[in-house]
Design a binder for this molecule. Structure first.
Ligand code: ZN
Ligand code: ZN
Ligand code: FE
Length: 754
């Protein structure tokens, strides 16, 4: 019996070789019909023998192309039409756009063979790609994903490329960025003195790097600043010029073997390093790792490692085991992605720039993650993952926009139960970043065909994202408390709907009582929360200044605990009195229950960090010196007289000072402090379990980026049979806030509509 079946396939089905695969299967089973792209995804019809049509769909669903994600296939059986052949036809332009745009994909093994193969026509060509690899999100202006809607539109294919592009059996069939050295983008080396050259650029670039020079290199989502990672002198110069004295630099390694020589790599970490997303993975440095310049990560024994992900990287790294590859930007500014902005890097920081003429449509930084307890933990989610959706509801959500926080900003658009979290945008206080934030929101709305009816924002009145929401011409506005958003992001990721115990240990977040929160225990669902316990409040002398200068927080904690005499000598004597007056009068010194600030205070009391040069530096130093063999802890108190309860670490601070006086090693003190924090979380959760009959704990907030703290807390809770969840799909710092805001807003809108 003959039959004709029409299918609509949705999901990540464009730019991943879907149509060629459909074509191949149709040929294999001798079927006729067609396949085409549309704004929703892929439409196809197959006509032929009943059994063969069935076998065709079997293959398609069980063995789709490598990089495809089929979210749904809707089929419809129709009367036969008498097709004579199978064709790939022009894209449909009409209809609701729901196709999922693919993230950028690292160079595949076949393309790597092409660029390294001496006889291949693409030998040495830095822009080689195919349907399994290459740039996607960063070159897309609009959907459906066709070449004329990408930044490849300006390059017309030569005859040979054109042949590949139109041959359904070729790996480059409808590979939109397809190109070769005759017709595609080209490299250009520019030197700071103004000269540019067009040939042998790669060889000259390598020569400059070998001589210790800093070179700006244009990549997929922006420029990197590169230099020899073994040269202490080059690394120091890069730090000086970038005004970045301590924050770690990422290192690109030639291959996985080179990584293993210098870093500890377990199976899960290796899989992350080699994945098509090619993130920066934080790894523990081996003793042999000291061959890398010490200046690469002076505060920690970890290295942010990544592997080459473009042909250009592969060609460069053939001659180097390692290169520093840090974002090409100035502190807090967005990554630089075009030639107009290049003078910011070329000259002031880099001696040369290796650029190319394929425009970058969306800036996109490298993603950064680590593996904790076998689970992925993002500190930055961007290239390679964006714009993959995160499912937050079955469907029926209104179209909405959540604008995120202020630092590490990301925003989030929601449609049909799918949340599309933006790439890392950065610190909105910088004007250029704010500009980038607003223009990306516009361009994402267009790309995702989302016209938000609802806008969600943080309660902090001073956040620029909040101001953006206030001014936005969207009628329905929903403010979401910072830590509720953190906890809701965990609930969304793990499909939790019933109330949970939420523990948010964080830097700063605006509370519903107008003070700054950050050591929070809540009973929460997706709709609302009750603050049931929090860390004791201390003054934050100088607000932002108090965040940048941990010694101020130390003075605040010591003064409040009546311990100031005990530690006076260790701090800047002149300002000590001034800060004490601020604390006593409350002048520019808001109250805060922040866990992050408590870590700052302890780090400063131990003499580890008085003034920071990047966010969370004090806590990072405190964690990195902790002796993991130490298992005991300090005392703390929980005051349960009033709701919310208060966790009091006054006794902890007192014990730390005592031990310090006795000459106990700081590594031991630090470990005991971490253990105290974990124990206090367990203690409070057990109380809450008794009162609320809840056994599920959601952990979030930037302080849990501290791996030792997270491990100890999870271990403690699990040993008492709690079910523990934390963020694995989005950052647990403020980079994940927008997802939580979106979830709460979706839930609240749903309830008001019923
Ligand atoms: Zn490829
Ligand atoms: Zn060509
Ligand atoms: Fe936060």
């Amino acid at each position: 019996m003959k039959t004709r079946v029409r299918a609509k396939v949705v999901g990540r089905v464009q730019g991943v070789g879907f149509r060629p695969t459909v074509y191949r299967y149709a040929m294999q089973f001798g079927l006729c019909g067609f396949v085409c792209n549309g704004p929703h995804g892929v439409t196809l019809e197959v006509e032929g023998d009943d059994g063969k049509v069935g076998a065709f769909f079997d293959c398609l669903t069980h063995e789709p192309p490598q990089q495809a994600v089929i979210a749904d296939i809707q089929t419809e059986v129709l009367g036969t039409k008498g097709y004579r052949n199978f064709e790939v036809i022009e894209s449909e332009q009409q209809g609701q756009a729901t196709v999922h745009i693919s993230p950028d994909l690292a160079t595949c093994d076949d393309c790597l063979k092409d660029i390294l193969g001496a006889k291949n026509r693409r030998c040495g060509y830095a822009f080689t790609n195919c349907t399994n690899c290459g740039p996607r999100f960063t070159i897309i202006r609009d959907v459906p994903y066709d070449r004329d809607k990408t930044s490849m539109a300006q390059f017309s294919m030569c005859e040979r490329c054109e042949r590949e592009y139109h041959n359904p059996l070729d790996r480059r069939f409808h590979a939109q960025p397809n190109a070769c050295q005759h017709c595609g983008p080209r490299l250009q080396l520019r030197v700071a003195d103004g000269t540019a050259s067009d040939d042998a650029d790669l060889a000259k670039t390598k020569e400059l790097l070998r001589r210790g020079r800093i070179v700006a290199i244009k990549g997929i989502g922006g420029y990197h600043l590169a230099c020899d990672a073994m040269s202490a002198e080059s690394v120091a110069r890069l730090r000086r010029r970038k005004h970045r004295p301590h924050k770690p630099f990422a290192v690109m390694f030639r291959n996985i073997a080179a990584v293993k020589q210098l870093c500890e790599v377990n199976e899960a970490e290796e899989a992350e390093l080699l994945s098509a997303a090619r993130p920066i993975v934080l790894l523990t440095r081996k003793l042999a790792g000291r061959r890398l310049a010490g200046g690469i990560s002076p505060d920690t024994n970890t290295i942010g490692a990544l592997l080459p992900y473009t042909p250009l990287h592969h060609l460069l790294l053939r001659d180097f085991d390692t290169l520093v590859m840090t974002s090409g930007n100035l502190t807090d500014e967005p990554i630089i992605s075009d030639e107009v902005e290049l003078p910011t890097l070329l000259g002031p920081i880099a001696e040369a720039a290796l650029t190319h003429n394929r425009p970058i449509v969306h800036k996109c930084d490298d993603s950064v993650l680590r593996v904790v307890n076998g689970q992925r933990q993002f500190s930055r989610r961007a290239r390679g993952y964006v714009p993959n959706p995160i499912r937050i509801a079955a469907s029926g959500t209104p179209q909405l926009l959540a604008v995120g926080g202020e630092l590490k900003n990301t925003f989030c658009l929601v449609r049909d139960g799918n949340a599309f979290l933006s790439q890392h945008i950065g610190d909105l206080k910088d004007y250029k970043t704010y500009d980038y934030f607003s223009s990306e929101i516009e361009s994402w709305k267009q790309l995702m065909r989302i016209e938000p009816q609802v806008i969600a924002y943080d309660l902090h009145p001073g956040y620029l994202s909040t101001r953006f929401a206030t001014l936005a011409p969207i009628p329905h506005k929903i403010g979401v408390q910072h830590h509720h958003a953190h906890i809701a992001s965990v609930m969304a990721e793990h499909n939790l709907h019933d109330p949970v115990i939420g523990v948010a240990l964080d830097g700063t977040g605006y509370g519903t009582d107008d003070t700054i929160w950050g050591g929070e225990f809540m009973v929460a669902d997706r709709h609302d929360f009750e603050r049931v316990a929090h860390f004791k409040q201390y003054r934050l002398p100088g607000s932002d200044k108090g965040v940048e200068e941990p010694w101020r927080m130390a003075v605040s904690v010591l003064t409040a605990e009546g311990l100031d005499e005990a530690a006076t000598r260790k701090f800047p004597a002149l300002k000590w009195g001034l800060v004490q007056r601020m604390i006593k009068t409350g002048f520019n010194s808001p109250l805060t229950s922040s866990a992050g600030r408590l870590f700052d205070a302890v780090a400063a009391i131990l003499g580890l960090c008085d003034v920071t040069s990047y966010e969370a530096q004090a806590a990072i130093r405190l964690e990195s010196i902790a002796d993991p063999r130490v298992t005991d802890r300090y005392p703390f108190a929980v005051q349960t007289g009033n709701r919310p309860w208060m966790l009091d670490f006054g006794p902890t601070i007192r014990a730390i000072l005592d031990q310090r006086r006795q000459g106990v090693a700081v590594g031991e003190i630090s470990a005991k402090f971490h253990n105290t924090m974990a124990a206090s979380v367990l203690h409070t959760c057990r109380f809450l379990r008794g009162q609320h009959d809840l056994n599920v704990v959601a952990l979030s907030g930037g302080v849990f980026q501290n791996e030792l703290l997270l491990r100890r807390t999870v271990e403690a809770l699990q040993s008492r049979h709690f079910r523990v969840f934390t963020n694995t799909a989005v950052p647990l710092n403020d980079g994940g806030l927008a997802l939580g805001q979106a979830v709460v807003a979706a839930e609240r809108t749903k309830r008001t509509c019923v």
